[in-house]
Design a protein around this ligand. Structure first.
Ligand code: CO
Length: 174
């Protein structure tokens, strides 16, 4: 089921999400709904707080390029990451990010180039994962949401001022 996405600067996006302690039907339903919502909005990642659930859960689905040219995001390719903890991080890179809570805004922000995380899946099994490419960026972006941070906070002072001005205008026009 597609849920409503919370749009910046809604205060709920500032909430620190809580750890998931029970791996039952509720978390499965939430993750399934998050996938439906992310796909409906053409996203590649989503944190639970973005649909109003203050839980440390996020999903990422890196599109695969099909031969016909259309990007596909099959449900089974979805990475479901619960209670993630960074084990190590290094390097630095800039990547143009976007966010379903700040639709239409794309901006380069700085991230670690490499991250290794430990996390749980929906069944409560623990895993580790590491990446030094797109997935590493996406993990950091979504993990920020769990700590109440949105990527616009990483903009330079000038870019942030410009963004806030434009964003106010856009929200007023809705
Ligand atoms: Co986001």
């Amino acid at each position: 089921m597609v849920r409503e996405i919370i749009i910046y600067p809604d205060k709920r996006l500032k909430e620190i999400s809580k750890e998931v302690h029970s791996f039952g039907e509720d978390i499965c339903q939430l993750l399934d709904d998050m996938y439906d919502t992310m796909i409906a909005k053409n996203g590649v990642g989503l944190a639970a707080i973005q649909v109003g659930a203050p839980l440390r859960a996020l999903i990422i689905n890196v599109p695969i390029e099909e031969t016909k040219g259309a990007a596909e995001q099959p449900r089974e390719n979805t990475l479901e990451i619960i209670n993630p903890v960074v084990l190590s991080k290094s390097g630095s890179t800039f990547y143009q990010e976007g966010c379903l809570s700040v639709p239409g805004i794309y901006e380069d922000v700085e991230r670690f180039e490499y991250v290794k995380i430990a996390y749980f899946d929906r069944f409560g099994n623990q895993h580790t994962m590491e990446d030094d490419a797109f997935l590493a960026i996406a993990i950091q972006h979504e993990m920020d949401h769990l700590d109440g941070k949105v990527f616009v906070e990483k903009f330079s002072y000038i870019k942030r001022k410009k963004f806030e001005k434009e964003w106010k205008k856009r929200l007023a026009a809705l």
